[in-house]
Design a protein around this ligand. Structure first.
Ligand code: NPW
Ligand code: ADP
Ligand code: K
Length: 488
């Protein structure tokens, strides 16, 4: 199964349709029930079976804003009172708090204070659970006062922190953060995952998604395609090509790597290694480092130039090839081939001055994958602002006609048709010289096996990230360590 996230707009559409079926208040009651259940389960697990670790009497603080997000928190608070917990709601604006929710909490003998109450800091410091019902789908960061101050106070609380729908201060669609953000141990989200929960997962803790019977993405007449996709290990394994009985080395995927120069002998070895470790039928190499490449990877068929390399089913071009005239000529020759081409590193720097080469491929319906890090992205797509990375990568793919993989902590992949992926694997230890070269080879192999380009890029990033995690656990440093863990 793929992980699927939906934009606020899509969730609102499903919410409206569901509300018309169920009537007022039903979805909110379901949301509050789901929230209360998660709080009870998590708090029980946290307390363990030590003496005196019973739930009744444990203290819950609700941070309550002026919208339905606060309504969810208030009704969940009333349900938690029913389990014997001590519940206090801190209201940002008593006159605008969700009326029905507030009435229910009061009837259940919950306590209510306002955000300017001097006891609030002490309440948060002594709480067992803090529930963030400040803002949800309707708000955009930064948080206004007094919500911002409440979030700052909550940061210091040792309590179990639970976000309602999403951590307040996080943009639900973009994951962009400005100002204080509620840091959650658990986020209980409704309808479906939102893109921001995947893009900025460091704020969300464990995400529990409850669709409340809304059927987001399945409503008749609406697009079933999610707005943001991510791979699980299971989905990645299902995509990985396996050779069949009838396959030979020519049908098992032939990938070519055009990389390296006299100045950069290492990059082609790393990139070819990434390709070899994915076990395609054959890897061809074209460039100035044929000897070094074959010394490390004897199975590779090497030539001095792309023209002499023979046919392949996908090319990787760019790592360590420099930006001189020879390199430009190589890039041009590769881009003229009617097979999928991945452009990385120096290839991207060159491409920045030759956007017409890309336009030609687009006009001919040829598949191109670009794999920039931020600086390369800015070189190629200078006019696109990277503050909202999701928006930037989508625009880049739409304007260039290429699949664009934007590297980073949460690598993004966008296709020209709008399909967008976020990679959830990896570790900051991957931020070391040469690890991007390995990635280019990995994706090249997957392209040669015939996977659609956006899937090949997303799968490559997923495997590369897992290899990085495993290398980190094994205490291994350096991009070449990734090979070993890609093979596993
Ligand atoms: N979708 C679903 O299926 C279901 C949705 N449900 C729940 O409804 C939630 C959405 O509720 P919602 O629409 O009432 O908006 P919500 O986000 O609570 O807050 C808006 C309030 O915040 C305020 N505000 C705005 N910006 C702000 C800022 N920067 N800093 C501070 N405050 C700010 C704004 O104030 P105003 O600008 O009007 O003064 C307004 O009053 C959703 O997240 C989920 O929890 C479930 O109950 C059932 C199923
Ligand atoms: N903070 C980070 N957390 C996780 N992965 C990262 C982080 N920074 C970079 N990476 C990953 O490390 C790799 C670096 O690639 P790149 O910058 O092209 O390196 P090089 O050009 O030296 O090979 C990319 O796969 C990128 O997604
Ligand atoms: K919230």
């Amino acid at each position: 199964m793929l992980i699927q996230a939906y934009s606020v707009e899509r969730i609102r559409q499903a919410e409206a349709a569901a509300q018309a079926r169920t009537g007022d208040g039903v979805l909110m009651r379901r949301a509050a029930t789901a929230l209360a259940q998660v709080v009870v389960a998590r708090l029980t697990a946290r307390l363990g079976s030590r003496p005196g670790s019973r739930l009744p009497g444990r203290s819950v603080v609700l941070l309550v804003g002026t919208g339905d997000n606060g309504g969810d928190a208030l009704i969940a608070g009333a349900l938690l009172r029913g389990r014997g917990l001590a519940v206090t709601a801190v209201l940002t604006d008593p006159a605008r708090a969700h009326a029905d929710g507030l009435a229910r909490l009061r009837r259940a003998w919950g306590r209510v204070v306002t955000a300017d109450d001097p006891r609030v800091a002490g309440l948060l410091a002594g709480a067992d659970v803090v529930i963030d019902g400040l803002v949800g789908l309707a708000a955009r960061p930064p948080l206004r006062e007094p919500a911002a101050s409440l979030v700052r106070l909550a940061v210091d609380s040792p309590a179990l922190t639970v976000a309602v729908d999403l951590p307040s201060g996080l943009h639900p669609d973009t994951g962009v953060v400005s100002g204080p953000v509620f840091r959650a141990d658990v986020t209980v989200t409704f309808g479906a995952l939102k893109p921001g929960l995947l893009l900025a997962d460091e704020w969300c803790g464990t995400v529990v998604s409850d669709d409340l019977g809304m059927g987001v993405g399945t409503a008749p007449g609406t697009s079933v395609r999610a707005d943001l996709l991510a791979l699980t290990d299971g989905a990645a394994a299902a995509l990985l090509p396996d050779p069949g009985r009838a396959d030979d080395k020519y049908t098992g995927g032939l990938v070519g790597v055009a990389a390296g120069s006299t100045d950069y002998p290492g990059a082609p070895v790393l990139s070819v290694g990434g390709a070899v470790c994915l076990r395609p039928g054959m890897v061809r190499y074209a460039g100035a480092q044929a000897k070094a490449v074959v010394a490390r990877w004897p199975e590779v068929v090497a030539a001095e130039s792309v023209e002499r390399a023979g046919r392949v089913q996908a090319w990787v071009v760019g790592p360590g090839m420099g930006t001189d005239e020879t390199a430009a000529a190589t890039l041009r020759t590769v881009l003229e081939q009617d097979v999928p081409v991945l452009v990385d590193a120096d290839g991207l720097t060159l491409l920045a001055g030759h956007r017409d080469w890309l336009d030609r491929r687009r006009a001919a319906g040829q598949v191109t994958v670009l794999t920039p890090h931020d600086r390369e992205f800015t070189r190629v797509f200078g006019d696109l602002d990277l503050t909202d990375r999701l928006d930037a990568v989508r625009r880049a793919a739409a304007t260039s006609g290429a699949v664009v993989l934007l590297k980073g902590h949460r690598t993004l992949v966008a296709a020209p048709d709008g399909t967008t992926w976020v990679n959830l694997t990896g570790t900051p230890w991957l931020a070391s010289a040469g690890s991007g070269d390995v990635l280019s080879g990995v994706i090249g192999s997957l392209l040669a096996s015939g996977l659609p380009a956006d899937r090949a890029a997303a799968l490559g990033a997923h495997l590369h990230g897992r290899a990085g995690e495993r290398a980190e656990r094994a205490g291994r440093a350096g991009a070449h360590a990734l090979w070993e863990f890609l093979r596993g």
